[in-house]
Write a protein that binds this ligand. Structure first.
Ligand code: C2E
Ligand code: MG
Ligand code: MG
Length: 580
């Protein structure tokens, strides 16, 4: 019932009004002076107050002032009733926040009219307020639970969903698979094409992933380049694996962003959540750990969580702090992965691959810490150390009888753009007395996309030094064939995602064959990366690929072990004849 407080010192007037209001169905309360009025207002919180202006003790203005100061009564509609209504009075009342004036004497219909208008306005204000409040609540809820770029649930909502899934889970569904999907080498795209481009690609990835899931599954974004899926319809290990393979296939189809064709791959970790698996966060961490394991395996694959996988916190800040001391604490080591000639089977060189022996985390993959080293600028001193170490070591091998041995060193975009790059390289070559013709620098396309003019200048200076330039990971990222013609590359490295299953995947086979032909047409040597099977080797050999590296022949090795292979004269068995 609508409650109205009437503050009026003249008894007959007050009782008259109360009677009228009562008859109209309002709950009417009367106060005989201002002090009691203020007190009753805060006790009853009426919907409206009618108040006389001239009263002993506290007058109407005093009442209004007191009410407006108390948050509980501040917004109650307030109508003055007065015989005294000069312009100055009206202004004073309005300034204090009165809503209306009734000039005495007034008729019943004037009184009821003023009350009705005020209550209507108040209802509209309340509606408006409710709508705004609902909207604000909705926005807040959205911000807390969703990722604004992709509109996908964020980590918080994923946790809540996972919790729901388990509480609702039917007795048959005892385990829930959680997939953690990390895009491989995504930082390169941001670095070279800018964040706006990276964002568009992430949106496209989110859309594509959305098409893969069922209505009850949940897809969310965990951080920049990491997504997660909670699968409610699957509870078999093999089904989860099949699903992960579908995701890998779907993501490996090219994306069209701003007119560029972009190729990406992903690494997927799979963990199973069950009532006794130690909590939601543990399961998410396990999926994350398995995903990092997939990255360590070279990306573009999925791995299940096993208790052999180390679950250290992936806190990038802690890692960054440790990274600052790697050089002084001598925690870095260069591994060497043999590159073998596919015709002769002989080791012709090695790719220098960085390793970080972290005192607590064990071996940290370069896929994890190179992006961090780039962000912090530490890649400059680290990169310099790698080049110096690799040149000095290879020089030592050359001196003891392997004079032909080449070494390939990776250079990230950050290093490439450092102002004194050429002088630094020249200085290291001089220091280690290294023949530049036996040094290959591995660069990726991201270096070029950003600033082709600047890149070509640096390329020319490297060529003047007689250094060889490889284009690494070709086939991932932008893969502009035009770059192959425009830039003075010597070697093309076909990324392992094309080499993988080359004998079963027709698309990969066609691309690889075409790339080899194109590269040869442009006088480039071709090295295939990540060769793991004899079938892959045979295919590459048959299609005239020049050299290969991969687990089939050897994993990256510490210097001493690589040296053993050299001394033993280990060779790759070459069984296939070549096409002419
Ligand atoms: P990348 O230059 O494409 O190196 C090839 C990666 O494939 C290496 O991973 C290598 O261990 C791995 N790999 C080789 N053969 C196989 C195989 O048969 N199967 C599979 N699954 N993987 C194989 P790694 O050593 O983890 O290095 C990852 C990336 O980190 C490198 O990719 C390179 O981009 C970067 N990186 C490594 N060392 C350095 C460095 O000294 N400086 C810079 N700037 N980047 C580096
Ligand atoms: Mg490389
Ligand atoms: Mg590579």
């Amino acid at each position: 019932m609508t409650k109205i407080l009437v503050i009026e010192d003249e008894k007959s007037v007050r009782e008259n009004i109360l009677e009228v209001l009562d008859a109209e169905g309002f709950e009417a309360v009367g106060a005989e002076n201002g002090r009691i009025g203020v007190q009753l207002a805060s006790e009853h919180i009426p919907h409206l107050i009618l108040c006389d202006v001239m009263m002993p003790e506290i007058d109407g203005y005093g009442v209004l002032e007191a009410l407006r100061q108390d948050p509980a009564t501040a917004t109650i509609p307030f109508i003055f009733m007065t015989a005294k209504a000069t312009k100055a009075d009206l202004r004073q009342g309005m300034e204090l926040g009165a809503d209306d004036y009734l000039t005495k004497p007034f008729t019943i219909s004037e009184l009821l009219g003023a009350i009705a208008t005020r209550l209507r306005k108040q209802a509209a204000i309340q509606d408006n307020y409710n709508t705004t409040l609902n909207k604000a609540t909705e926005t807040l809820n959205y911000l807390v639970h969703y990722d604004s770029l992709t509109n996908l649930p964020n980590a918080q909502l994923l946790r809540e969903r996972l919790c729901q899934v388990l509480t609702q889970a039917n007795p048959n569904q005892q385990i829930v698979p959680i997939l953690c999907i990390g895009l491989d080498r995504f930082n390169r795209i941001n670095n070279s094409m800018g964040f706006a481009f990276g964002d568009l690609l992430l949106k496209a990835v989110a859309e594509r992933l959305t098409t893969c899931i069922g209505g009850n599954d949940t897809l969310g974004r965990l951080n920049t380049d990491q997504f997660a899926i909670i699968l409610v319809t699957i509870n078999q290990k093999q089904d989860a694996a099949n699903f992960a393979q579908i995701i890998l296939d779907v993501l490996s189809q090219p994306f069209k962003v701003n007119g560029y064709e972009v190729f990406i791959t992903a690494s997927i970790g799979i963990a199973f959540y069950s009532g006794d698996s130690g909590g939601i966060d543990t399961s998410l961490k396990q999926a994350d750990g398995a995903m990092h394991d997939a990255k360590r395996q070279g990306g573009n694959n999925y791995q299940f969580y096993t208790n052999k996988i180390n679950l250290v916190s992936s806190d990038p800040l802690a890692l960054e702090a440790d990274l600052r001391h790697v050089l002084e604490r001598a925690e870095l080591e260069v591994y060497y992965q043999p590159q073998v000639n596919l015709c002769t089977g002989q080791i012709v060189g090695a790719e220098a691959l960085l390793r970080w022996h972290h005192p607590e985390r064990g071996m940290v993959s370069p896929a994890t810490f190179i992006p961090l080293a780039e962000e912090t600028g530490l890649i400059i001193p680290i990169g310099e150390w790698v080049l110096r170490t690799a040149c000095a070591q290879t020089k030592a091998w050359q001196t003891v009888g392997f004079s032909y041995l080449r070494v390939a060193v990776n250079l990230s975009a950050y290093q490439f753009n450092q102002p004194n790059l050429i002088e630094k390289i020249d200085q290291i070559l001089a220091e280690t007395n290294f023949n530049p013709e036996l040094l290959e620098l591995e660069l990726t396309e991201s270096i070029i996309v950003h600033n082709p003019e600047a890149a070509i200048e640096i390329f020319n200076e490297l060529k003047l030094l007689k250094i060889q330039i490889s284009i690494d990971d070709f086939g991932t990222g932008y893969s502009s064939l035009g770059y192959l013609q425009q830039f003075p590359f010597d070697i093309l490295k076909i990324d392992q995602c094309f080499v993988r299953n080359i004998t079963h995947n027709t698309k990969n086979a066609i691309i690889t064959t075409a790339l080899i032909q194109l590269a040869h047409g442009l006088n480039l040597k071709v090295i295939a990366e990540g060769v793991e099977t004899e079938a892959e080797q045979a295919f590459l050999c048959q299609h005239n690929c020049d050299a290969m590296q991969g687990y089939l022949f050897s994993r990256p090795l510490p210097a001493a072990e690589f040296e053993k292979l050299l001394i033993e004269g280990k060779r790759l068995p070459t069984q296939m004849s070549r096409k002419t």
